[in-house]
Design a binder for this molecule. Structure first.
Ligand code: FAD
Length: 410
């Protein structure tokens, strides 16, 4: 299994237990990905002592360190479709939380000096054909209603916004201004480091093997230690059903592939094509990332269960080949770039493509964040902040009702 570009360029990490550690924690967070690290960060801001248990040797090596690093506002579907599926008010509250998220990311990376983690960028949603152009154009008005600077660029205008010409079949694209990309591991480890500085305790190489309720609180079992804590937040992404098996039927595990090209002088904005679920961006080294093409081998990426000790998944050569082939069809100037390497990670999809975030039904002191459906970064600080707030002060938490886990678990 190949490491991602983000893991190959990840900052150094050392677990440093808080100096005044009395071994008593307010909340145990299971998982040191973007969601777990951010929850710990906000708990420290609220004066609490979080303990983060991470199975890997550092935080950030799960999906958060193997992804595309796009941070695009709104829910998983394009906004007009989100309004249709979830309803106007719900789609709007989701949009708002992702806008708040971007403001929080900008503020926190600056406050905590997390260098090179965040870049503001215009995102270009390319249309695969005229049918998709009509579909994308439907989002212009709803997005403008959310205050987004968005416009349609025709094929001949695209190079001005994307940085290069597009393939002959592409009629144009929707340009969404002021979206963002992350350096995935600089972001997660930067937040984790800030949480650690402010009193969070991270214990790596600590897989949680069992959670069981106590008369008051929870018993958290790892191979080396057992912790008794008042509250637990499970932020274990695709591995969540291994601890909370009732979620198994509600989370579909889907493999995602990414390919990194050789170096290029092109300077591109992040882009995607909805129809083929293909997307791309430039990484700080200048190489291009291209991901998606799940349709290349039908069902090959579906139901891909990582084993407890695995952080990613092996790649499938037909899908890597399909990514290498599709990139120059979309962006002809990339024809001769070749491939550096490819990797795969695992995503957990809910049936409605919305995350689960909130109290675990019927289990006092247990909280869950999962089911990000391949689209977690737009929630990466805002939802963990609400979960942290809920642990401390449930009535103050503003988690949108549409994300409540009861919708799947009753
Ligand atoms: C190929 C790919 C591309 C993607 N691209 C994007 C993108 O461009 N934009 C976007 O918004 N989203 C993207 N996503 C989705 C995004 O990466 C996820 O939504 C996000 O990382 C979820 O964060 P997390 O913290 O919940 O999960 P993770 O980062 O997976 O963190 C979970 C952590 O829990 C740990 N863990 C699991 N079980 C246990 C246990 N029992 N005990 C202790 N620790 C445990 C894991 O080791 C892991 O570190 C992509 C995902 C993939 C796979």
């Amino acid at each position: 299994m190949h490491d991602s570009y983000w893991i190959r360029t990840m900052p150094a990490w050392t677990d440093r237990p808080a100096p005044d550690s009395s071994d008593s924690y307010d909340v145990c967070v299971v998982g040191g990905g973007a969601m777990g690290a951010s929850t710990a960060y906000w708990l420290t801001q609220l004066g609490r002592r979080p303990l983060v248990l991470e199975r890997n040797d550092t935080p950030g090596k799960g999906a958060s360190g193997r992804n595309g690093g796009f941070m695009v506002q709104g829910a998983n579907p394009v906004h007009a479709e989100a309004v249709e599926i979830y309803g106007h008010d719900e789609a709007r509250s989701l949009y708002r939380i992702t806008q708040t998220n971007q403001e929080l990311v900008e503020a926190v990376v600056q406050r905590e000096n997390i260098e090179g983690a965040y870049t503001r960028a215009n995102k270009v949603d390319l249309a695969f054909d005229e049918r998709e152009e009509a579909y994308l154009r439907e989002s212009v008005t709803p997005l403008r209603n959310e205050g987004v600077d968005v416009f349609w660029a025709s094929r001949s205008d695209i190079p001005e916004f994307l940085g290069t010409h597009v393939g002959r079949h592409i009629p144009g694209g929707l340009v969404r201004c002021n979206q963002a990309t992350l350096h995935s591991t600089k972001f997660v480890l930067g937040i984790a480091e800030a949480a650690q500085r402010q009193g969070a305790t991270f214990v790596s190489k600590s897989p949680v093997t069992e959670l069981s309720p106590l008369r008051k609180g929870w018993r958290v079992v790892t191979p080396n230690r057992v912790y008794n804590v008042p509250q637990v937040v499970v932020a274990a992404n695709a591995w969540t059903p291994q601890l909370l098996p009732e979620l198994e039927p509600h989370l579909s595990l889907i493999r995602g592939h990414l390919l990194l090209t050789g170096p290029t002088d092109l300077k591109l904005s992040p882009w995607s094509i909805n129809d083929t679920a293909t997307y791309g961006r430039q990484v700080p080294s200048g190489q291009l990332l291209v991901g998606g093409m799940r349709s290349a081998v039908p069902d090959a990426d579906v139901d891909q269960r990582p084993r407890p000790a695995e952080s990613g998944l092996d790649t499938r050569s037909e899908i890597v080949d399909a990514l290498a082939k599709v990139l120059p069809e979309i962006l002809p100037a990339t024809e001769s770039l070749g491939m550096d390497h490819a990797w795969a990670g695992v995503m957990d999809f809910t049936p409605d493509r919305l995350p689960l975030a909130g109290a675990y039904p019927g289990r006092e002191g247990l909280w869950v964040m999962a089911g990000f459906s391949g689209h977690g970064m737009p929630y990466s600080l805002a939802l963990p902040r609400e979960i942290a707030e809920a642990c401390v002060n449930p009535e103050r938490s503003k988690i949108p009702a549409v994300l409540n886990p009861t919708r799947l678990l009753g």
